[in-house]
Design a protein around this ligand. Sequence first.
Ligand code: DOR
Ligand code: ZN
Length: 345
Amino acid sequence: MADQVLTISSLTLRRPDDWHVHLRDGEMLAAVAPYTVRQFARAIVMPNLSPPVTTVAMAQAYRARIVTAAGPDFTPLMTCYLTDGTDPADLIAGFEAGVWVAAKLYPAHATTNSAHGVSDVARIRPVIAAMERAGMVLCVHGEVTDPAVDIFDREAVFLDRVLAPLLRDFPGLRVVLEHITTADAAQFVADGPATLAATITPQHLHLNRNALFADGLRPHAYCLPVVKRERHRLAVRAAAVSGSPKFFLGTDSAPHAVAAKESACGCAGIFNAPHALESYAAVFEAEGALDRFEGFASEHGARFYGRPLNEGTVTLVREPVDVPDRVAGIVPFHAGERLAWRVVG
Ligand code: DOR
Ligand code: ZN
């Protein structure tokens, strides 16, 4: 008799949250929001619109537009885009009023719509000090922008030059290092204080830098921080499935129109919202860690942000799903691939 292999055929999780997403605005917001809502109860919404979301009034108006697009079953958690001119008192007033959940540090020119970001962290020390006192989370795009630093090294150099001194100077500051891509970052976070955590995207679990050049230049595999060598991908995967409460789900779903990606100067960003949970499930299954998926997707982030766990559930079944070439007119992550798990509600 052949050996019987027992495989799980369905997986029900507490409803998860996305702790890092770009929902955009206008028609794009209306087109992409339903994919996030289908899977996630809440999301930390990135503020890198044009112009960026820097004031309480802008955040309230943007939140209202998201609620219109997303409907009543979804809670957007707003972030403030920090600039050299952010006023600490205004920021903390917005946090205490419940408008902001966190603030986002984009080093100026590090990525899409970051031109108004922070030119030097030294300039916002009073803001950081106020956040530390208030217990407001700082979300960090962790890359240096020094053009002399190789793009594949910018995250690791950021840890040494910016993040380590920041944590030393502000030991009470709660920090999420977003979308980690390197063994260095995974180790830094694992070894760091309990006030430090990290989000992990699907693409950094699935792709290494060969994906950028597979049979030609692949703009749809391009995001920032850029995907790295295989050893880094494996370290990030190990962190995601480790069960550590410091690592949690943040898709960094970042849709761009096809023409903006397939261009002589293509935009950074991968639209992974349509099959995000399916994509993460593939990783947890391959790593033999499906029992740790719920912690990563639905518990660790909420605990770090001091929010209640969600009440509802989402179920995935082991049924193939063919990812189309376009979703809402945009090329999604895994376009043209077949995934083994399907979200059924
Ligand atoms: O790939 C990325 N796309 N990385 C970011 O940091 C920003 C994002 C976007 O807004 O398109
Ligand atoms: Zn992002």
